[in-house]
Design a protein around this ligand. Structure first.
Ligand code: PLP
Length: 281
């Protein structure tokens, strides 16, 4: 696999980053994950706008313009012959002797790699996923897509040890989101999901799915919901760039609806994928 590191396209075994890189030492960096279908990027302009916002919030310099970053992503996709999967990109504040405050005169680091993955045909989309609840122990700025991901690492590990697929995070008696996705329930044909704030990541897939839902006449209510409401919902689902829409069929040992993917979740997945394929970048 060819990867990209600070200006160079290299075989992954030859790629190098300093041990003083602030991403490595402080998790002082941000990232984006964009999906690829038919060798092209899905909703990537929106991902790069969010990257710009994450960088601004952390007063971090952009390593390149949006157009330059897109060109690098497209070249990497081509070099790897990637048809379907993900492009991961990470920007850190750069390499400098260890000291908490921002270093002067360092260049930000930019790295990218691709991952081949079957996104359109996935067993999880067909069967639905099972989730557990875990405490949301993350910091107060979940709207910034930082690379400090220990909380989701622990959440996914807890799910895996419970032989489930993922975890939904709970703060102050309310569900915030999934460990790496936004969380939704459906009750009486209404889609309910937490409103945007610093408490959750502003999902690019969330935005697209909610506007498609409204276009086809589904009612969307942006409000928080409790774990109990989730367990009593007619349907539940998650969204993210790497899953699109996955139905949730079990929440903390309780079957949701009939225990199989619900009609609204399935329809949203279909219309999201249709739009993605029509608007590849
Ligand atoms: N919420 C969290 C915590 C995430 O990590 C992610 C994606 O990685 C999402 C939501 C979904 O965001 P997107 O749809 O932009 O992939």
């Amino acid at each position: 696999r060819t990867v990209y590191v600070n200006g160079d396209f290299l075989p992954e075994e030859d790629a190098k980053i300093s041990i003083f890189d602030r991403g490595f030492v402080f998790a002082d960096g941000v990232y984006e994950v964009s999906s690829v279908l038919e060798g092209k990027l899905v909703d990537n302009t929106a991902h790069l706008l969010r990257l710009e916002r994450s960088l601004n919030e952390l007063k971090m310099e952009a390593p390149a313009s949006g157009a330059e970053i897109t060109a690098i992503m497209q070249k990497l996709i081509a070099l790897n012959g990637l048809q379907e999967g993900l492009v991961y990109l990470q920007v850190t504040r750069g390499a400098a002797d260890r000291d908490f405050g921002f270093p002067k005169d360092v260049n930000p680091s930019l790295v990218m790699f691709t991952q081949a993955k079957s996104l359109l045909n996935s067993p999880a989309a067909e069967k639905g996923i099972k989730v557990i609840f875990v405490d949301d122990i993350r910091w107060g700025r979940r709207d910034i897509k930082t690379i400090q991901l220990l909380a989701p690492v622990l959440a996914k590990q807890a799910a895996s040890e419970a032989e489930k697929d993922d975890a939904w995070l709970v703060m102050d008696g309310l569900v915030t989101e999934g460990s790496s996705n936004n969380a939704y329930i459906v009750k009486d044909d209404q889609i309910i999901t937490r409103k945007l704030s610093n408490d959750i990541l502003h999902g690019i897939t969330r935005k697209a799915v909610l506007s498609l839902a409204e276009e086809v006449g589904l009612k969307v209510i942006e409000r928080s919901f409790t774990p109990q409401e989730a367990q009593e919902a007619d349907e539940a689902f998650i969204t993210s760039a790497s899953t699109f829409v996955f139905p949730v069929v079990e929440i903390e040992h309780t079957s949701i609806g009939k225990g199989s993917p619900g009609p609204i979740s399935k329809r949203l997945r279909e219309i999201y994928i249709k739009q993605a394929l029509e608007t590849l970048e």
